[in-house]
Design a protein around this ligand. Structure first.
Ligand SMILES: N[C@@H](CCC(=O)N[C@@H](CS)C(=O)NCC(=O)O)C(=O)O
Length: 232
């Protein structure tokens, strides 16, 4: 029987594509949650109390006070969090072992390919202090290729892994910013239609609207560069 949730899940979050995966999923599940903002531009991901939860100094992470044995559990890595929540609430994660394999394939395709490649694409185009034409071309071509793979996958399908699932939620935050990635979405009509389908969901809209409160001191680009890439 699917679990219920009494105590709120704590979401360690910052407003990036990886953070939005989990805010979208929690909104879709409609379970109680509270948000702890981890200001990654200011270096809060290096605080010992956060590292105890997420040793790779990256958000998102969660703490579920109602873990599998009734005791609290902390989880880092977005795919591990999504699988945990999908299993716990028995939603958005396929219904059979075969369906779950397909969700896992596309979820892992996102975390192993789309996230790192788009991240490096962004890094070399926007943040690198030295000109790196080879890297810009390499990650630009790879980004383009990944949009093509997704476009082909979505031919004749509404969602990437059968029913709407955590795999779609994981992809959305990354795929929707094609303008920032120098990608002409006109080349990928199936991706564009999929994006419209997801963007129309109220829970997706709420998940993507999550922002640090106005009194949180945001980092300048310069500060964030130093913290995230060690650049002086
Ligand atoms: N594979 C990780 C990636 C998470 C990740 O890269 N988070 C970035 C923000 S999008 C972060 O917290 N960066 C902080 C840092 O690099 O110090 C996941 O899927 O959860």
């Amino acid at each position: 029987m699917p679990a219920s949730q009494i105590l709120p899940i704590e979401l360690y979050f910052w407003q990036t594509p990886n953070g939005y995966k989990i805010s979208i999923l929690l909104e879709e599940l409609g379970v109680p949650y509270t948000v702890r903002f981890v200001n990654i531009g200011k270096g809060e991901q290096f605080k010992p109390e956060f590292l105890a939860i997420s040793p790779n100094n990256r958000m998102p992470a969660i703490v579920d006070p109602e873990g599998p044995d009734g005791k609290p559990i902390s989880i880092f890595e977005s795919a591990a969090i999504m699988i945990y929540l999908g299993e716990k609430f028995d939603r958005f994660y396929g219904k059979t072992a075969r369906e779950r394999v397909v969700v896992n394939e596309w979820l892992i395709w996102q975390v192993a390919n789309v996230g790192p490649v788009f991240g490096h694409n962004n890094h070399f185009r926007r943040y690198a202090r030295e000109e790196a034409p080879y890297a810009v071309k390499r990650f630009g071509d790879e980004t383009h290729r990944l949009y093509r793979v997704l476009n082909e996958r979505l031919q004749g399908r509404d969602y990437v892994a059968g029913e709407y699932s955590i795999a779609d939620m994981a992809l959305l935050g990354w795929i929707r910013n094609w303008q920032n990635r120098d990608v002409d979405i006109g080349e990928f009509p199936n991706v564009e239609k999929w994006h419209h389908r997801l963007a129309a969901r109220p829970a997706v809209q709420r998940g993507l609207a999550l922002r640090a409160p106005a009194d949180v001191n945001l980092a300048t680009d310069e500060e964030a560069r130093k913290v995230l890439f060690g650049q002086r």
